[in-house]
Design a protein around this ligand. Structure first.
Ligand SMILES: N[C@@H](CCC(=O)N[C@@H](CS)C(=O)NCC(=O)O)C(=O)O
Length: 228
């Protein structure tokens, strides 16, 4: 049985990728959640980079969400699309998500339970949003949808699941096709499960809270009352 180490479901965008992939593909795992700022358990106790996610398979530790997806792809079918062209596109799009979109990460941090009206949207953020919208439309059109690489949910969709939560939080305006795709991701059973758990979390991490507050007006906080 795999052991998947993750952090708070409300904030941890990187943790969500392997979690939603494994849940949706029905790959069994034990979840080990360690909240940010919990001095009793530093991430370095289980992760070589002191970051999450981290997958432990017996004696083997695999860190970094992209490496985890590839490790799973060697052991389970359907992690990437069967079709070679769709697979190449998927790996490119997932890698682009993995290494890019800095403005989106910085200016629209993930906080599943918050609804925020951004005070402004920088040019760089607008470019990131437009690029994601174009990428989503391209995948859906090229491989026939309803997921990015075709008819089934694969790793490339998992890499964009945190983006769906960000777009939900900030009310991001997208094309009709991308709006439908974002809503499709948000309504997946695994995404609903993650969201419900995020809303029940009572831990609050000061840095994450400040980052979100700085974006604009908080319209709603759907989380259970927190500890700070
Ligand atoms: N590239 C890494 C990034 C992992 C990452 O930055 N994780 C964040 C949580 S969402 C983390 O562990 N931060 C803790 C820290 O930076 O101290 C991946 O894909 O797994």
């Amino acid at each position: 049985m795999y052991d998947l180490y993750i952090a708070n479901k409300n904030y941890s965008s990187w943790s969500l990728r392997p979690w939603v992939l494994m849940r949706t593909l029905d790959i069994g795992f034990k979840e080990s959640l360690f909240p940010f700022g919990n001095s009793a358990k530093d991430f370095s106790a289980f992760s070589p980079t002191a970051k999450v996610p981290c997958l432990v398979d017996g004696d083997l530790t695999v860190w970094d969400s992209l490496a985890i997806a590839e490790y799973l792809a060697e052991r389970h079918s359907d992690v990437w699309a069967d079709n070679a062209a769709a697979r190449a596109w998927s790996r490119s799009a997932a890698a682009e998500m993995h290494s890019g979109f800095q403005a989106l990460r910085k200016e629209h941090p993930m906080s599943v339970g918050l609804r925020i009206r951004p005070a402004s949207i920088s040019g760089s953020l607008q470019q990131d949003i437009a690029r994601i919208d174009a990428l989503w439309q391209q995948g859906l059109k090229s491989f026939g949808g309803p997921f990015l690489a075709g008819s089934t949910f694969t790793a490339v969709d998992a890499f964009f699941c945190p983006v769906a939560f960000r777009f939900q939080t900030y009310g991001t305006v997208l094309s009709a096709e991308s709006t439908e795709y974002k809503d499709r991701l948000l309504s997946l059973p695994a995404m609903q499960e993650w969201q419900e758990a995020a809303l029940l979390e009572t831990w609050r991490d000061g840095d994450h809270e400040e980052e979100a507050k700085a974006v604009g007006e908080i319209l709603a906080d759907l989380r259970m009352s927190g500890n700070s």
